[in-house]
Design a protein around this ligand. Structure first.
Ligand SMILES: Nc1nc2c(ncn2[C@@H]2O[C@H](COP(=O)(O)OP(=O)(O)OP(=O)(O)O)[C@@H](O)[C@H]2O)c(=O)[nH]1
Ligand SMILES: [Mg+2]
Length: 401
């Protein structure tokens, strides 16, 4: 096999979920997540892109613990159907791979299985497209049984069309060797991953139902739920820690948080549950969002959603990320939440304002007000600015103040 198989034997019980509603107390994820981040040898990779903006993919590569040895950029309006880049560029890549001894190519876009097949066939290197890179980061950071199953399901959904491509090439005689077990075994493996996906879906549905019950219980106990949403690395966990005296892992890497964490706070005699969960990113395929449905639902179903925007980014980047987050929330709230979500209260929050000058904050606030009809709250957790106002705004949202 090509070594992409991701069928695991993760325990399928409803124990080990990371969620906890205890006030204070340690977050069991912290140590595990820290442990997983350290000590990984930097594997060298070749980055290939048809766009010049490689900031985000470079960040993802760093987060995964890889090191970019060389970067090949061929500016094109759309990718080549077979090789992603043109044939001439592919030759260049082939020579580079041989010269540098690099075994992985990271591609700055999601690829079609046919493209993966042909690039791997030509170069002999393993191709990791943007989607798989994100899934690898998810796999590295998943620390609860539920998160592990969600990642496994997403990886299987990624794998199935790729398998289909390889099976097709194998059966037409175009590909040999990789599936040394023969046609029968290939079919068997294909069936196995499909069956495994069905089984995981059923288990995840149980988790989802359990969360739904939990939400009902919280509502009956008059808790207001405040979800922290935002692009990955926006500063959600840092804010969660500040609001709840928690000490969850927050760092400069992407997708540090993958499991949901719920903590109680009380404000003006009202009881709130603050929910920190997985971040958003551009271009995440639907099946990944679907696999993480129970997790993202914590955002869609909250009474108030804080949409965090990282003010240390430049203005176009802030608006791009904000657009990704709000359109994904809208899209999936409609899909999963029905009409309940039409009156959801969203508060826009510019975070890390200690890293931005007055003029930039003024300009981006005006743009957000123009496009989203609400003035953002400006905060810096590091300096403490704006936190009091944020709490007041949350309280006002649920009918207080
Ligand atoms: N300067 C500054 N940095 C901040 C502030 N808030 C968060 N950060 C930094 O931003 C980085 C990301 O913070 P996190 O809280 O991990 O962000 P997140 O949104 O939870 O990220 P993921 O869980 O990876 O999606 C960390 O290095 C934080 O120290 C702030 O107010 N000012
Ligand atoms: Mg986080």
């Amino acid at each position: 096999m090509r070594g992409r198989g991701c069928i695991s034997t993760a325990e399928e019980d409803l124990q080990g979920t990371e969620e906890s509603e205890q006030g204070g107390g340690g977050c069991s994820s912290t140590a595990t997540e820290k442990g997983k981040k350290g000590g990984q040898d930097a594997q060298e990779v070749l980055l290939v892109s048809i766009r010049t903006d490689i900031r985000e993919i470079s960040e993802l590569i760093r987060t995964m613990g890889y090191r970019i040895r060389e970067c090949v950029i061929q500016k094109r309006p759309f990718s080549d159907k077979k090789y992603y880049v043109g044939e001439g560029k592919l030759q260049e890549i082939k020579e580079l791979i041989a010269k540098l001894g690099v075994q992985r190519i990271i591609v700055n876009d999601p690829l079609h299985p046919t493209q993966i097949y042909y690039i791997e066939k030509e170069t002999g290197a393993q191709v990791v497209d943007r989607t798989l890179l994100i899934l690898e980061i998810f796999a590295k950071n998943a620390n609860s049984v539920e998160a592990k199953l969600q990642v496994e399901l997403a990886k299987l959904q990624y794998e199935i069309p790729l398998m289909r491509e390889y099976v097709h090439r194998y059966k037409t005689g175009e590909h040999s060797g990789a599936y040394g077990g023969g046609e029968y075994l290939v079919d068997q493996y294909y069936d196995l991953i499909k069956r495994r996906a069905v089984k995981i879906k059923a288990t995840l549905e149980k988790y989802r139902m359990a969360r739904e019950l939990q939400r009902k219980r919280r509502a009956e106990l008059n808790f207001f739920t405040v979800a922290l949403a935002g692009y990955t690395n926006a500063g959600k966990t840092t804010l969660m820690n500040a609001l709840t005296n928690e000490n969850s892992l927050a760092d400069e890497h992407m997708f540090t948080t993958l499991s949901t964490l719920v903590r109680k706070i009380s404000v003006q005699k009202k009881r709130y549950l603050i929910v920190d969960t997985v971040g958003f990113i551009d271009g995440l395929p639907l099946y990944v969002i679907d696999a993480f449905r129970s997790t993202y639902e914590e955002i869609y179903m909250a009474d108030v959603v804080l949409v965090l925007v990282d003010a240390s980014d430049d203005i176009p980047e802030m608006l791009r990320k904000l657009n990704v987050v709000t359109s994904q929330i809208k899209q999936y709230a409609n899909k999963f939440g029905g009409s309940n979500n039409s009156d959801k209260k969203i508060l826009y929050v510019l975070t890390k304002i200690d890293c931005a000058d007055e003029l930039k904050l003024q300009q981006v606030s005006d743009l957000i007000e123009r496009d989203y009809h609400a003035r953002p709250v400006l905060i810096s957790v590091h300096s403490g600015v704006g936190i009091k106002e944020l709490i007041e705004r949350i309280d006002a949202c649920v009918g207080g103040g």
